[in-house]
Design a protein around this ligand. Structure first.
Ligand code: SF4
Ligand code: SF4
Length: 62
């Protein structure tokens, strides 16, 4: 139960501080979501915050 970031990511960094479980880090070539710690924001928010703030909608369910 975790979202992924696709290659459409433009490395804007907007998602990283929004994650309640600190699962998002800058990667190469694009940002990455830790598949072991992402909980899809369950218990913290009504919707995945990374997906909510991403300007190119590249935080998606695999
Ligand atoms: S869905 Fe929520 S917990 Fe998972 S990476 Fe995005 S902000 Fe973090
Ligand atoms: S908000 Fe979207 S485009 Fe920006 S770093 Fe995160 S995944 Fe990439």
């Amino acid at each position: 139960m975790a979202l992924i970031i696709t290659e459409e990511c433009i490395n804007c960094g907007a998602c990283e501080p929004e994650c309640p479980t600190e699962s998002i880090t800058s990667g190469d070539p694009v940002y990455v979501i830790d598949q072991d710690t992402c909980v899809e924001c369950v218990g913290s928010f009504d919707e995945p915050q990374c997906a909510a703030v991403c300007p190119v909608d590249c935080c998606v369910k695999p």
